[in-house]
Structure formats: C-alpha cells, structure tokens
Ligand binder design. Structure first.
Ligand code: BEZ
Length: 221
C-alpha cells in the first residue's frame, strides 16, 4: 500500500517546484517541515487555504517549520495561481512565501498515498486529497492528516499540533484534549512517580479516580 507511516523516514523525493527542482531532504535542511497537498489550482477552497497559509508564514517560521504545498498541476499553473492567492489576501504583487510542488505526473501523489478516488478531473483522473505531513528534523514523519477535497483544513489546528509535536519531542509529556500552549500537560504513563517528580520541578498533580489508578498526572511544562 502506498503511503508513509508515522516514524518512517520521509521519502527524499526530487520534484519540480515554483522555486526550481528540489531534493526534499536538502530543501528541509535541519528544519521541521510541513507538506500540504491540495486538489487543484484555481479552485475556491484551495485558494482560501493557501491564502491562509501565506498569511501565517511568520508563525511557521517562528516554529522553525519550512512550508511546501503540492498539487497535480504544472509549475506554470502554480505560478499564475499564486498571484490569485496573494491577491485574495489583498497582497497583489507579493510572491507566495512558500513553494508549490508540480506533481503533474502524479508519481509523488501515488507514492505518498495522496490521491482521492472520489475526486475525478474532466479526464477521469483522480485529484490529490488535502493531505498534511509534518516531518521532524530527523526527516521522520511525525504527523499525517487526510481531508477530502470538499473540506478545507484548519491552519490554526496545524500550528497547535506543531506546538504539541515540538513540546513532546523535548519533554516526556503528552498534550490532552483541546490543549493549547500554556495549558497543563500530562505526564506520560511510562514514567514512574519518582522519575516524574525529578523531571518536573513545577510539580505533578494526580487526579483521584474511582479505579484508584494514578494515571491522570498533570504538570506545567
Ligand atoms: C476547492 O478547492 O474548492 C475544491 C477542489 C476540488 C473539489 C472540491 C472543491
């Protein structure tokens, strides 16, 4: 089955993009990366997504995350459509602040499992779904999300998961439901009480539960 699983080294593919030919690992360097695909250029939901992504590039930069988009259209289409995207943002004349991969042969989309069999173009060929891959500095896949063409993504959520991924890569914690930066986090279950006390100088509070089991351990990271 095509696709990349969590923990896999992300393929070091070569591709044509709006900034020329790239080798993906060289493009990433030592940074985190986010690769997000969209079904087609010159389509409304995709335009809102890329415009939103362009508007918050500073947020990705702050987190050390390099951005790259992908669809099955050509570099020429990407370049022309980018002008619409930036105009939609009210920034006519400003270049799109991240490259777009031109996967017009669909080879990368097949390799990464990104095609949506329910979204067909006029020639009967499948379009790319709305995939998101977050890749760590070790080039391994940390997160993947797959949305259909008809549902646009939430880029605030993408920033939130990146905050969680980066925090949990550094500390032995996990982020609970609806967590946002600054909230308390959970101590991971594999840590003993002694280890947790030593690791979290801000203290660990444990919620009493009917089972008597002490697994709901909160701390301020
Ligand atoms: C859109 O981006 O608006 C879109 C693209 C393909 C199918 C449905 C919607």
């Amino acid at each position: 089955m095509p696709g990349v699983l969590l923990g896999d080294v992300f393929p070091n593919f070569e591709a044509e993009t709006t900034i020329g030919r790239i080798k993906f690992h060289d493009f990433l360097g030592d940074s985190w990366g986010i690769l997000f695909s969209h079904p087609r250029d010159f389509t409304p939901v995709c335009t809102t997504e890329l415009a939103c992504a362009a508007g918050i590039t500073g947020e990705f930069k702050k987190r050390g995350v390099k951005m790259i988009a992908l669809s099955i259209d050509s570099v020429e289409d990407h370049t022309n459509w980018s002008k619409d995207v930036m105009a939609f943002n009210g920034e006519t004349g400003t270049p799109l602040p991240f490259p777009i991969i031109a996967d017009d042969k669909r080879s990368l989309s097949v390799q990464l499992g990104m095609l949506d069999p329910d979204e067909i173009d006029k020639d009967g060929m499948p379009l790319t779904a709305r995939c998101v891959f977050v890749i760590g500095p070790d080039k391994k896949l940390k997160l993947s999300i797959l949305y259909p063409a008809t549902t646009g993504r939430n880029f605030d959520e993408l920033l939130r998961v990146i905050d969680s991924l980066q925090l949990t890569a550094q500390k032995k914690v996990a982020t609970p439901v609806n967590w946002k930066p600054g909230d308390k986090v959970m101590v991971i279950p594999s840590l003993s009480e002694a280890e947790a006390t030593a690791l979290f100088p801000n203290g660990v509070t444990c919620k009493e539960l009917p089972s008597g089991k002490k697994y709901m351990r909160f701390t301020q990271p």
